[in-house]
Design a binder for this molecule. Structure first.
Ligand SMILES: [Fe+2]
Length: 196
């Protein structure tokens, strides 16, 4: 059941979350309030943009409930990474956070949500990118495939976790993806046309 709440609690400000998603986040983030705030604020932004795309484009046939849930959970693996600038004090490289989140979500019994987590980095890391950049990831294609996976990956590109108040422009998104190669830039250009 979706709720929109209007009090001033940051997490509750505009909740796209349902009880089981909230409980799952609390299970892993209750001992780190600053990181919980970062995760929730970022994920709410991604969920809001992703659901806006779903509402404006019924022709895409996206599953609205699933998009809201998976957008809230796509970064749940960040606490296992070593990224002190955003309050993550784990041991794993940050680039692995999607895969780590997917492992967690599969272990919790949510394989469909897990796919969204492991396919949202950049525009979806390809074998070629993993090899070329020597990323510490298995040589698999992590491209988003379903429409829900594509929408959440796209929406995520507009929001950083180090500047929670910022929304990137499409031009800034394209620029930020250049490090992942020309293929990623082309993919986002297609999404901009499709989801605008
Ligand atoms: Fe994200």
């Amino acid at each position: 059941m979706w709720e929109e709440e209007t009090n001033n609690n940051t997490w509750k400000e505009k909740s796209y979350c349902c009880n089981w998603v909230e409980a799952l986040i609390d299970k892993y983030y209750s001992d780190n309030a600053p990181l919980r705030h970062i995760l929730l604020t970022h994920s709410q932004s991604v969920a809001a943009m992703a659901l806006d795309i779903v509402h404006r484009h019924p022709e895409l046939g996206a599953d609205e409930t699933f998009v809201g849930e998976a957008a809230m959970l796509h970064d749940i693996g960040i606490f296992r990474t070593d990224a002190p600038g955003i309050q993550c004090f784990g041991t794993e490289p940050y680039i692995c956070h999607g895969l780590l989140g997917a492992e967690l979500l599969r272990a919790e019994g949510y394989p469909r949500h897990a796919r969204v987590a492991e396919r949202h980095t950049g525009t979806g890391l390809t074998v070629e990118t993993i090899q070329r950049q020597q990323l510490p990831l298995p040589l698999q294609d992590f491209s988003p495939e379903t429409i829900e996976e594509q929408i959440i990956c796209y929406a995520d590109k507009f929001f950083s976790k180090s500047h929670l108040e910022r929304v990137r422009t499409p031009e800034q998104v394209l620029h930020s993806l250049q490090k992942f190669g020309e293929e990623g830039v082309r993919r986002v250009e297609t999404w901009i046309q499709r989801f605008a």
